[in-house]
Design a binder for this molecule. Structure first.
Ligand SMILES: [Fe+2]
Length: 200
């Protein structure tokens, strides 16, 4: 089994133990076959924070965090936004990698699974997209905002559901953040749009 295959295996193991209904419907769409693509590996500055993540995980999320750290050099890490679209410094502390979907190693036309990594002291502004989304916090406690609700701390193990187009934001303080995301519906390669909380 390759390191990348190990990541999907640990995703399935973690998601199988989560009771949230939104998780149950999405995990059933995860692929069984081996990877069908090998995207060229690409690194980002934010990967420097990977080493801090195991200490910020829970016993339930640690196996996936460890598998992802092992596979990280083999994955394509990317960024959605250009420098002039985001707050100064954001791109130093931001990156994601898709495991399943329209671009990742595992092809899926209707479901995406990937990982979001934020460094400390990073604000991911309010944004929205057509896809329904589930996040599972894997390591680090950041503050998450959902629609018009205030920012709230979400520790590792938390499941967060965003219906289509609901604006959401995250901000880290001293700890980096690693979260698994699932996307379903809409264009899985859609670029999220920045928004304000009134667009709910
Ligand atoms: Fe999102």
């Amino acid at each position: 089994m390759t390191a990348v295959e190990g990541v999907l295996g640990q995703c399935k193991a973690l998601l199988a133990n989560l009771a949230a209904a939104e998780v149950a419907t999405m995990r059933d769409g995860l692929p069984m076959a081996p990877p069908s693509r090998a995207p060229a590996p690409a690194s980002l500055p934010v990967l420097a924070w990977l080493a801090d993540l195991p200490a910020l995980a829970t016993p339930a999320t640690l196996p996936l965090v460890t598998a992802l750290i092992t596979a990280a050099p083999d994955l394509a890490w990317g960024q959605t936004y250009a420098t002039d679209e985001v707050p100064a410094g954001f791109l130093k502390g931001y990156g994601w990698s898709e495991l399943v979907g329209a671009r990742g190693p595992y092809a899926s036309p209707d479901l995406a699974l990937g990982f979001l990594l934020l460094g400390p002291d990073t604000i991911y502004p309010l944004h929205r997209h057509a896809a329904e989304e589930v996040y599972v916090v894997l390591a680090g406690t950041a503050e998450w905002r959902r629609g018009r609700a205030p920012f709230q701390p979400r520790p590792p193990g938390t499941v967060i559901h965003h219906p289509p187009w609901l604006p959401h934001a995250m901000r880290t303080a001293r700890e980096p953040l690693l979260a698994l995301y699932l996307w379903r519906g809409g264009d899985l390669t859609e670029k999220s749009r920045f928004s304000d909380a009134d667009e709910t």
